[in-house]
Design a protein around this ligand. Sequence first.
Ligand code: IVH
Length: 673
Amino acid sequence: MDVRERIQTLRRDIATHDYHYHVLDAPQISDAQYDSLLRELRALEAEHPELVLPSSPTQRVAPRPLTTFDTVRHRVPMLSLANAFDRAELESFDRRAREIYAGQVQYVVELKIDGLAVAVRYEHGHLVQAATRGDGETGEDITANIRTIQSLPLTLRLPLTLEARGEAYLSRAAFAKLNEERAEQGLQVFASPRNAAAGSLRQLDAREAAKRNLDVVFYALAELGEVDAPPDSHKEALSLLAQAGLKVSPLRQTVDSIDEAFNLCLEYQARRHSLPYDIDGIVIKVNTFDAQRQLGATAKSPRWAIAYKFSAEQVVTRLLDIEITVGRTATLNPTAVLEPVAIAGTLVSRASLHNAEFIAGKDIRIGDFVYVAKAGEIIPEVLGPLVDRRTGAEKPFVYPANCPECGTSAVQRAGEVAWRCPNPACAALLRERIIHFVSRDAMDITGVGEALVANLLAHGLVRDAGDLYFLTSDSLLKLPRLQARSAAKVIVAIDKSRGNSLERLLTALGIPLVGTRAALTLAQGFGNLEQLVTARYEDLVAIPDIGDKMAASITEFFALPSTHTLLDKLKRAEVNFTYLAKLRFAGKLRFTGSRTGANLAGLTFVITGTLPGLSREEATALITAHGGTVSSSVSARTNYLLAGEKAGEKLTKALTLGVPVIGLSELQALLKS
Ligand code: IVH
């Protein structure tokens, strides 16, 4: 098979697997198998850049940010929906419809997912444009951001020309993760999944949008080119969208009466909290296009559809106090202490107050009755005070000028809303850092929880995370109430974490702005911690996805004396400092333990072609983990060319220069030498 055909086959197969995974939710192959298809395609495209097409699955994320969004005029205006808040309003909607339309009225009932309306155009099956609703007449061109959504096909399964309308949104899980990362980075958290989705679609940098895990569900066909049998109802139109490979409204039930529709509204109102995304209502649409045409539209909304809106679950309770806690990045976080109140199925006694600006802006006072809601149905937050219910006894909150734990004057960095404790020795900071170090996404040391960390610090057994590795069962037994068995388990868990791959350690170090994703990028890019510690700013920004702020934060972090103390301890404790690539290739080459030799020290490698079952990144990591260097071009100084299948120009050059060409088995032999 020639390269062109192989590339086409790979693209088609990957698109099919994307469809099964993201749209049907029924993957047909393992992640590892999928990754290897994508790797093969990437490698082929890298060698044949002339064959790269925008519809290739490797081209979802634009490499450069836009400077502004273009304006898009909607060919069919994007209307909004009239709302109903109770049964009576639904009944009057139904009555009007039956008055105007003489035939049988059937409805389609759908979820109203709470995100942002988007219009997506395909021509002859190819994605050409996506736009926001804007004012309904014109919106913004967000094609680059929409392309990053994995469930959205770049090429339809049918070669149709159409415009589909749908809702772009963030699942609750994606929202929670995003906010967690933002809080970690001292950035303002989003108030709801909807705000987060809006913020993500308005990113000028698609690489940023790609990290947000947006999704899109389609609920209407706005335009359709010539087809043999055009749909004549909304239900058929949705089926056509589904056949074309788009993800459509999960609920699209036809009913023959408004009563049945209302029952579904009640059913979903009761079940809404158990859905993986926020819905703010149910949409009821007249099914046949014939009836829709006769009913027509007002300037703002169609007369053939209505949204039954749920009332947002907001409760009122009393704000008893405001506590300031110190986060691991030293931010001073205000938390509301509330009179316990049930909301969306749980009892809430603490809620977020975001930051000092929020409290001052809303004039929230201690003793106030406040509205509380769950942002994204997960994190409770205070919305604002009920000013009418003030008695005069409420006390304005004075944001502390000092850290509540160590008393150091708080500082605010330029461009940040958060206040921070600048004292690197602050007890709260030490505690939060260790808690972060042992947490699941970091070193994952089970058995070392918040209470044990506080206890260890209080008894002077540890000062930083490095000290954990020097604990013994005997020293642990000095702590009150700790059984010998649990002490032994703790020691085993700590010991096990020594073998973690570098990305876990990097996450655990808590470098400001570096979350789990960046940690992995850094681990893959540098291979081992020593390389990263000595990396210059320029080396860091040269890595894709590492921006200037993060690069500055990393160099700053590695220049701190406290970092050096910690790293020295970790090194003495023989904690693994290398990236252990998850080597999937059939057990041919494998790291046997955490320690890797330096048997490739002083050797420079160049990699070319497709290595069986091993990505470039993995091969690079393998070499750098053993002290070797990987360079991108072959020169007289290259010691070895590691060549796989379909090696191209580099192979020719190596042969000309007399650079030894080796395969994976020879590399394996070198590693063992
Ligand atoms: S139909 C002409 N169906 O709700 C009718 N809208 O104001 C256009 N929405 O902006 C909307 N789920 O973003 C429709 N199943 C659904 C929907 C839905 C969410 C949003 C949409 C629109 C707003 C209504």
